[in-house]
Design a protein around this ligand. Structure first.
Ligand SMILES: Cc1cc2nc3c(=O)[nH]c(=O)nc-3n(C[C@H](O)[C@H](O)[C@H](O)COP(=O)(O)O)c2cc1C
Length: 341
């Protein structure tokens, strides 16, 4: 069984996670790949033409890099629950003087257009999250020489990804910042309190693929423990959010360094899908928000934009993993060097 990640792509085995919503701009991906890690750009939430420009900018560097795709999933929405949530958000919208959009019941992430761009101009690595892509998409990318990766959160998902034919898996622990990539419900949940190293060991026993450990890694010691458990690389997200190369919005950036925020928690309030962020007022006020991704993502988008414009850290999503206290304002190359040891 070969667990090795190809060094020509993954360098020292330190991957800067795809961070959709702004942080993962080409400057960050380029700085990480130049420093001997693997930088990623994130196609999620991005129009296909804007994504095409980022892809072109990265290809022009001549460096290895990765691209992450959100895989659309046919969801059944509880329309009544989402419409009731919209009514609960209305007073806040009135206060901020924004219109709450009509719910968009479709997933219009533009996945087919983005996949076509990747087949035309293939990067070294493509990773998928939120669902398994069609097997044919994986096969076509691999035929173009792309190394394919699936995000999984438990052993059953890793087995399904292996059957699909991907080259590696990201093993994402619930301590991860941002959205969970879980896609199999109804299977055994991870035991409460399971560490990242324990999860990695479990996945490593279940599949014969190279692994990337992710979720809650704040220090090089955390990374080492996780790597040892599965002979794996690591994918780090939150520790890059305050680097100058990241496109993290100023409100999010400041909150990550603000001692007034005391903990992270998982919430569906912003997007309708479970994601981890610094616990703020919006999360507390709407702790019982319904599920319904990406309908709720689009519904709350104007509220979040208005909060960012007003500099209000309590009205927007502040995605962060449990290791957020270790995110510093330092060049991305220094983060890579620190974790490469
Ligand atoms: C701001 C933010 C945006 C994210 N966007 C994506 C994304 O677009 N695609 C993806 O697969 N994962 C995304 N993630 C999850 C990361 O890939 C990764 O699992 C996570 O950052 C690892 O945990 P850590 O943040 O504790 O290091 C995001 C995480 C954050 C914090």
């Amino acid at each position: 069984m070969d667990r090795a990640l190809p060094a020509e792509l993954f360098g020292s085995g330190i991957v800067a996670a795809p961070l959709a919503g702004g942080p993962s701009r080409p400057q960050l991906a380029e700085a990480v790949s130049r420093a001997g890690g693997l930088g990623f750009i994130a196609a999620g939430y991005k129009a296909a033409d804007a994504f095409a420009r980022e892809l072109e900018a990265m290809a022009a560097t001549g460096l290895a890099f990765g691209v992450n795709l959100f895989v659309p999933k046919a969801e059944e929405y509880d329309r009544e629950a989402i419409l009731a949530y919209r009514e609960r958000l209305r007073p806040l919208a009135d206060q901020l003087a924004v219109d709450l959009p009509e719910p968009r019941w479709a997933d219009d992430d533009g996945y087919p257009a983005k996949l076509a761009l990747l087949l035309e101009s293939p990067p070294g690595v493509v990773s998928f999250t939120f669902a398994l892509p069609p097997a044919d998409d994986v096969a076509r990318l691999r035929a173009r020489g792309v190394f394919t990766v699936q995000t999984v959160t438990k052993a059953d998902e890793a087995k399904a990804a292996q059957e699909l034919g991907v080259d590696a898996v990201v093993v994402q622990h619930p301590g991860a910042g941002g959205h969970s990539g879980a896609f199999l419900s109804g299977t055994t949940p991870a035991p409460a309190g399971q560490t990242l190293a324990e999860l990695v060991a479990q996945v490593s026993a279940a599949v014969g693929l190279p692994l990337l450990a992710a979720g809650g890694i704040g220090t090089p010691a955390d990374a080492l423990t996780a790597r040892d458990a599965g002979d794996s690389g690591v994918q780090l997200g939150t520790v890059f959010l305050r680097t100058p190369e990241a496109g993290t919005n100023p409100v999010h950036r400041a909150a990550l360094g603000d001692p007034a925020f005391e903990r992270t928690a998982q919430t569906r309030a912003f997007s309708g899908k479970s994601a981890r962020g610094l616990e703020n007022r919006f999360m507390r006020d709407f702790a019982d928000a319904p599920s319904g991704y990406p309908v709720i993502h689009y519904l709350t988008a104007p509220l979040r934009a208005a909060a960012v414009a007003a500099g209000d850290a309590h009205g927007t999503n502040l995605w962060a993993g449990t290791g957020w206290r270790f995110a510093r304002d330092e060049p991305a190359a220094d983060v890579v060097a620190r974790f490469a040891g």
